[in-house]
Design a protein around this ligand. Structure first.
Ligand code: NAD
Length: 249
């Protein structure tokens, strides 16, 4: 059987690119989405057209019952889970901490931190095995270069939420390593996706991308390569690692 991979927030952007790449390599993909069912359906049919298997799974990954339902539906569709990509995330308009509302802080931390922990907890309940013959199982978190940079005067909340994801990656890799589950992360830099619309600064992607050592913003497909590698048995001795895919930023 081909490996099975659940990807959260996979109807567009980095999640979609990851779903398409893993699907084209024969993985069976769970395409989780929050609200845009037609985009998720397009992603599923693109995977099926490339010969892969996929199912669209609606659910809010910051809601405990939704997370459990989505994991259950994934296993009903394809059997035991081999991997999870914790990708769903949000950002917010550029501003200083002094100006941030509690509602905004809750939205960012609910999605990026609580959501990541709920998905990781569900994976931690389903992936571990005591069998010496267990196949390769893994969790990949999509963090951000912001976790290293701090994002001052832009979104220190978002940066902090991704710092929490990095810490979870390290801790969980040690917790689950003995149970044959690898846990890794990627830190994208400035990647051309729709997430940047929330910043309110239309020129930010090209300006910051252009200032990176590689002189440009990245594409979702370039991040997907690193995620799929970490999720695959090709990275069978890699755990607790967080790879920057940030053009040197
Ligand atoms: P995107 O906005 O295109 O994708 C994010 C997806 O997550 C969307 O489909 C959204 O609907 C989904 N989502 C949000 N909240 C959700 C929830 N509660 N439940 C389920 N799905 C939810 O943006 P992207 O750039 O593809 O972002 C993917 C990940 O990459 C995010 O975690 C983001 O923080 C991270 N990231 C992106 C960049 C970048 O420059 N694009 C840089 C660093 C990190």
């Amino acid at each position: 059987m081909p490996p099975t991979l659940l990807i959260t927030g996979a109807s567009r952007g980095i999640g979609r690119a990851t779903a398409l790449l893993a699907g084209s390599r024969g993985w069976s993909i769970g395409v989780n989405y929050l609200s845009n069912g037609s985009l998720a359906a397009e992603t599923v049919s693109a995977i099926q057209s490339s010969g892969g298997r996929a199912v669209a799974l609606q659910g809010d990954m910051a809601v405990e019952a939704d997370v459990q339902r989505v994991f259950d539906a994934m296993e009903s569709a394809f059997g035991p889970l081999d991997g999870v990509v914790v990708n769903a995330g949000v950002t917010a308009p550029i501003t200083t901490l002094a100006e941030m509302s509690v509602e905004r802080l809750k939205k960012v931390f609910d999605t990026n931190v609580l959501g990541a922990y709920l998905c990781a907890r569900e994976a931690a309940r389903r992936l571990p095995s005591d069998s010496p013959d267990a196949g390769d199982k893994s969790i990949v978190f999509v963090s951000s270069a912001a976790a290293r940079l701090g994002s001052p005067n832009e979104f220190v909340d978002y940066a902090g939420s991704k710092g929490a994801v990095d810490t979870l990656t390290v801790g969980l890799s040690k917790e689950l390593g003995p149970k044959k589950v690898r846990v890794n992360g990627v830190r994208p830099g400035i990647i051309r996706t729709d997430i940047h619309a929330a910043s309110g600064d239309a020129g930010r992607v090209e300006r910051l991308g252009g200032a990176a050592p590689l002189g440009r913003a990245g594409e979702a497909e370039e991040v997907a390569e690193a995620i799929v590698w970490l999720a695959s048995p090709a990275a069978s001795y890699v755990t607790g690692s967080i790879i920057d895919v940030a053009g040197g930023r």
